[in-house]
Structure formats: C-alpha cells, structure tokens
Design a protein around this ligand. Structure first.
Ligand code: C2E
Ligand code: CA
Ligand code: CA
Ligand code: CA
Length: 281
C-alpha cells in the first residue's frame, strides 16, 4: 500500500508531469520534422591510413531545424531512442545513404570500391522488421550489399545473446558487413568478439585523443589493433585530428581512419568531388 501511495504521488508530481508533457512535445516535434523532411545526412570520409585514400564514408544524421539551424545528432538521437522514433528515422537514414551510394556508383566508377557505414541503434536492432527492411532497402536501391557496413555498439552485444546472434547472422546473410562502434568504451568481456560475426572494430575517439600524450591510451589503441589482427578484423580509428595521431596509428598497424584531419562530415557534394577527382587505377 505504501508503494502504491508513492506511485500515486509520483503520478501527480507536477515536475514529473511537466517532464512527460515536454517529452511528448519533443517527440511530436521530431515526428513533425521527419514528416517535413527536415533531416539531412552528412558524410564523413573514412580513409586508408598509409595513403589517405578514400575507402568509405560514414553517414551521420543532422536536423536542419527551421529556427535553430543545423542541429547535431547528440541533441536529438537520445530522445529519438527513448521515444522509439529512431526506428523510422534510422530507416530513413539508411535509405537515404543507400540511395546516395547508388547515385555515386552510377556517376563514378571509383564509387564501387567505397563502403557506406550507417549507425544502427539498439532500439532499431531490437525492432522486429529490421532485417527485412535492410534487405528491402538494399534491393530497392540496387546497391551491392558488400558495400554496406552497419555500425553497432558493444552494449548491444551484451544482452539477449541468442536473438542477438540470430539477428546478426541474418544481417550477415544479406551480405552486409558489421562494425563495432566506439570499441573499447563498453565492456571488459571480449568473449562476444568470438561469438558474433563482426568484421570491423572502430577504435573510439577517446583513445585516439590521448594517443601521443597519455601512455595508457597508446597502449590500449595498440591492444585493440593487435586484437583486431588476431581475430582477422579490420580496424578503423575514429577522431584523428593531428598528424602525430595519424602517424602513431599507422605505426601501430591500424588500417583505416577517420577524423577532422582528413575531413569533417559534410554534404554529399564534397564526397562527389573526391570521387570525381580520384584517378582510376
Ligand atoms: P559516432 O557514430 O561515434 O560518430 C562519430 C562522431 O564523431 C560524429 O559526430 C563525427 O562528426 C565525430 N567526429 C569525427 N571525426 C572527429 C574528430 O576528428 N574530432 C571530433 N571531435 N569529432 C569527430 P556526430 O555527427 O555529432 O554524431 C554523434 C553521434 O550521433 C554518433 O557518434 C552516433 O552515435 C550518433 N548518430 C549520428 N548519426 C546517426 C544515425 O543516423 N543513427 C544513429 N542511431 N545514431 C547516429
Ligand atoms: Ca558510428
Ligand atoms: Ca564511433
Ligand atoms: Ca563515439
């Protein structure tokens, strides 16, 4: 009875009520934004570290807010997650990215070599229709599924393992590749790396940040690269901002990288320029 009393009190807590209203408001605003086509996808180059040649891009969503201007995903992805709106939003991002890739492939012979990385949130991953939707988008845009990399986080691999393995297997059978995003920030248990069919590890920016100044970070980055090699996974370092970080990572044997040193995320046209300039070999 005491617990029920507390619940009832909580229900009428005016502060909480305001929170609920605000969240409903925010969800409605996001929903409206999706309907009004206010989201845009930007692309950040991923390069081969020794040559700095473009090997792919990561699709990153932005909100072109009519009043607030360009809004980054950290300001709305958590809310899209908690309200479930990430499912239609994520589906939209994937379709947009695949359509863009198809367009690049039609225009530039070089584009057949690049990969398109798309972030997949935990909520999308748990969504029933995910695998069918991914398959459908790939079929409808006519792209080569091998060019698609889905980025998932470690935390997603830690729970519900049976259905997780099944979903990952079904995604792999579509022909897409899987990357673990923000690798190293999640869990200490690495046993899942053996169990799950992943292809790529993305070394989190927090390790790259201190790679030349903090001994521990360099050691960790090196350990991840070696782990990747031992498990025959590719490694991509995130958030490379300086020449020193670039050469240190190359020295460690990290294959690929992305960061402001090479390019910030930008509109598709910036990538078209690179694809148009590149000499076919
Ligand atoms: P993330 O997946 O780890 O993406 C990399 C983030 O690091 C991007 O931030 C990118 O702009 C930023 N970044 C890249 N290079 C550098 C660098 O050299 N220095 C610094 N300081 N930052 C760099 P962004 O675009 O703000 O995205 C933030 C996060 O939002 C992403 O982190 C991802 O978790 C999420 N996100 C973005 N787009 C999507 C999406 O379409 N779906 C889902 N589920 N999440 C998304
Ligand atoms: Ca990512
Ligand atoms: Ca990341
Ligand atoms: Ca990150």
């Amino acid at each position: 009875a005491k617990a029920a009393g507390r619940d009832r009190y909580a229900l009428f807590d005016p502060g909480m009520y305001a929170d609920i209203l605000r969240e409903a408001d925010d969800r409605a605003e996001l929903e409206q934004a999706l309907a009004n086509d206010e989201f845009a996808v930007h692309y950040q180059p991923i390069v081969d570290l020794p040559t700095s040649r473009l090997i792919g891009v990561e699709a990153l969503v932005r909100w072109e807010h009519p009043v607030r201007g360009l809004v980054g995903p950290n300001a709305f992805i958590p809310l899209a997650e908690s309200t479930g709106l990430i499912v239609p939003l994520g589906r939209w991002v994937l379709r947009q990215a695949c359509e863009q890739l198809a367009q690049w492939c039609a225009e530039f012979p070089n584009a057949e070599r690049i990969r398109m990385n798309v972030n997949l949130s935990a909520r999308q991953f748990q969504h029933e229709g995910l695998v069918e939707e991914v398959g459908q988008i790939i079929a409808e845009t006519g792209i080569n599924p091998h060019q698609v990399v889905l980025e998932i986080t470690e935390s997603l691999l830690m729970h519900d393992t049976d259905s997780t393995i099944e979903t990952l297997g079904r995604l792999k059978r579509l022909g897409v590749r899987l990357a673990i995003d923000d690798f190293g920030t999640g869990y200490s248990s690495l046993s899942y790396l053996k169990r799950f069919p992943v292809d790529i590890l993305k070394i989190d920016r927090s390790f790259v940040d201190g790679i030349d100044t903090e001994h521990g970070d360099a050691t960790l980055a090196e350990a991840v690269v070696q782990l990747g090699r031992a498990l025959q996974l590719q490694t991509v370092a995130e958030g490379i901002e300086t020449q020193e970080q670039w050469s240190t990572l190359q020295g460690l044997g990290c294959e690929f990288g992305q960061g402001y040193l090479f390019a910030k995320p930008g509109a598709a046209e910036a990538i078209s320029t690179i694809l148009g300039d590149a000499r076919p070999d």
